[in-house]
Design a protein around this ligand. Structure first.
Ligand code: SF4
Length: 348
């Protein structure tokens, strides 16, 4: 099914739902794709399947609308727009995953940008370029490879070993498709909307990273931009060094709940004389943390992307678990931003 500028392979799913005798589903879409829902609803409805849209702002498959499905008595969640194994079961709810591919092939754009990088002497004939992308663009990887070869660039691609990941695909918390080849490449290109994935990649590898945005038809030097984020993190960590009372934040989302890690952090900080509270929330937001005035610094065990967002809305320092060791050592001289990304969502 083509909906606006996305291709969603929903036809096969309808057959699967019929096999399962399902006539009602809960549809989950990331915020940026919720606008596609009316056409999806009409398609399902034309095949005798009723649907409800979840308004949960899902950022990944770590964030499934299981509580909503259970409270509505719906047996199947259609989760659209993120990587995943085709199906999984959480409690009594079956989750069926559907990709969404941006239908505009970015390969010519990549060709044009790489040519420009060559003019700027950032790449040259024979350079080895690692290619990564988000799921919306994976389908075009072979076209991108072909365009790079025309420029006599040597493209290198790998795959994460996480179930359901496509060739070259990265997530905000999984860059293993890049780390496995970082010693073989001179530069990485990350084809993804916005800056987040390219910045995360730049924080993870020791090779220059260029982000290419197929929606804006533009590129940016992620490795250069990362320096600003590192400065911001160092400022936040230096403020956290004055804290005596910590709040360890647990997130109740299915794939972000890290109780064991939170308890380990609590015990470690307590053993060093800090006062520590365990807190749980469904989504980490400034408003929710503002309600806890007695805590002087938070450690979030939820999605690590928080460290890359604009934290100026948070009144207190918010650290990721990998950053706590710098507070314990009281030394930031060896700080690496990749410590903000040490986390892997639990998907069962
Ligand atoms: S935990 Fe990983 S998959 Fe989930 S929203 Fe964060 S970066 Fe994305």
């Amino acid at each position: 099914l083509i909906v606006e500028d996305y291709e969603i392979p929903i036809e096969d799913i309808v057959r699967r739902l019929k096999q399962l005798l399902i006539n009602r589903v809960l549809v989950q879409l990331p915020n940026g794709l919720k606008r596609l829902y009316p056409k999806i609803r009409d398609f399902l409805s034309a095949h005798g399947i009723d649907s409800v849209l979840s308004l949960r702002p899902t950022w990944g498959i770590c964030d499934l609308a299981i509580p909503e499905a259970k409270s509505l008595g719906i047996k199947v969640v259609l989760h659209i727009g993120h990587h995943a194994p085709p199906e999984c079961r959480v409690d009594s709810v079956r989750v069926i995953f559907l990709t969404s591919t941006y239908i505009i092939d970015p390969s010519k754009l990549v060709y044009r940008i790489v040519k420009e990088l060559m003019h700027r002497n950032m790449l040259s004939t024979g350079s080895r370029v690692g290619l990564t992308c988000t799921i919306q663009h994976c389908k075009y990887l072979s076209n991108i490879i072909r365009e790079l070869k025309k420029l006599e660039i040597d493209p290198i691609v790998s795959r994460s070993n996480k179930n359901g990941m496509m060739l070259g695909q990265v997530l905000g918390c999984d860059y293993s498709a890049a780390t496995s080849i970082q010693n073989e490449v001179d530069m990485f290109i990350c084809v993804a909307g916005g800056r987040f994935h390219a910045l995360g990649l730049a924080a993870t590898v020791d090779v220059p990273v260029i982000g290419i945005d197929p929606y804006m038809k533009s590129y940016f030097n992620a490795s250069k931009e990362l320096r600003k984020i590192i400065a911001q993190r160092l400022f936040i960590l230096s403020k956290a060094m004055d804290a005596n009372t910590f709040g360890i934040v647990l997130c109740s989302k299915h794939g972000q709940l890290n109780l064991k890690l939170a308890e380990t952090l609590k015990e470690r900080l307590k053993s060093l004389g800090f006062d520590v509270y365990l807190l749980v929330v469904d989504e980490v937001t400034p408003e929710r943390l503002d309600n806890i005035p007695w805590v002087e610094a938070f450690v979030s065990t939820a999605c690590p992307r928080l460290a890359f967002e604009d934290l100026s809305f948070y009144r207190k320092p918010v650290l990721n678990p990998g950053e706590v060791k710098y507070i314990i050592r009281r030394d930031l001289s060896t700080y690496r931003l990749s410590d903000s990304l040490i986390y892997s969502p639990v998907i069962s």
